[in-house]
Ligand binder design. Structure first.
Ligand code: NI
Length: 258
């Protein structure tokens, strides 16, 4: 199994990252894709990925942080994107729920990330909250389907899910489906094709039941996979194999020099 979205650079993991990775091995979680949220976090994820063969890095500036972006940031991201263990551009996207950065600033930064992804031939790791219409519009205008990607922690409407699938994107299934109050989301995933779903934790955030409210960690992705297996009426093994294959296809992990 692969945790397709985590933030191992988070200071919450500074003390015990080795134990966390050991617990991954115990739970058959072979790889973790650790996603940058700004320049220094992207650099830290790259460093971690070089130190540990279980970790791959995605680099980018989270929509919340885009107000800090300038030409220099973009140049540095370009440089980082050439590193062997960087397998995706992100976490990028749009978040109109918090609006920590102005929508206009977020849209501009999102376009910059998509252009970089196309330039480097890397898939996108996308965050979307209360911004579905603009997100799909920009993905189309910038021809993001050329490189594809994942809408991580998908929690949007059915129409959006279908539009993203049609556009060649994958959807990230997070621990949210293990919560009691997310029956609509679970119902939606039960209808979507297994071939296009990834499982993820978004660690250290969004811990699945029975850890809700605590620090999340990549080995907990098994709880999300179990719930997905229940929804799809499949064995855990089938969900593990299919979602692993999906991650390997999307991020071309076999091409990375391990
Ligand atoms: Ni995230």
């Amino acid at each position: 199994m692969i945790d397709s979205h985590a933030h191992l650079d988070s200071k919450e993991f500074d003390q015990d990252l080795n134990q966390i990775l050991e617990r991954c091995q115990e739970k058959n979680v072979r790889f973790v894709i650790s996603c940058g949220t700004d320049l220094s976090s992207s650099q830290k994820n790259l460093d971690l990925s070089k130190q540990n063969p279980m970790i791959f890095a995605a680099i980018g500036v989270h929509p919340h942080e885009t107000y800090l972006m300038d030409e220099n940031t973009i140049e540095k991201l370009k440089k980082l994107s050439k590193e062997m263990r960087v397998i995706a551009i992100g976490e990028t996207g749009l978040d109109y729920y918090y609006n920590f950065s102005l929508p206009e600033v977020q849209r501009k930064a999102f376009r910059v990330h998509i252009r970089l992804a196309r330039e480097r031939g890397l898939p996108l790791v996308i965050h979307c909250r209360n911004s579905e219409e603009d997100l799909i519009k920009i993905l189309k205008e910038e021809k993001a389907s050329e490189v594809g990607g994942v809408i991580h922690c998908f929690s949007g409407r059915k129409e959006t899910a279908l539009a993203c699938l049609e556009f060649g994107f994958y959807l990230g299934v997070s621990g949210m489906i293990t919560f009691k109050n997310t029956k609509d989301l679970s119902a939606l995933f039960s209808e979507l094709p297994m071939e296009r779903l990834l499982v993820e934790t978004d660690s250290p955030y969004l811990a699945p039941h029975p850890y809700r409210g605590k620090r999340n960690e990549p080995s907990y992705v098994v709880h999300t996979a179990l719930k997905l297996a229940e929804l799809k009426n499949l064995t855990l093994e089938k969900v593990e194999n299919q979602t692993t294959e999906n991650v390997e296809n999307l991020f071309q992990l076999n091409k990375v020099n391990k």
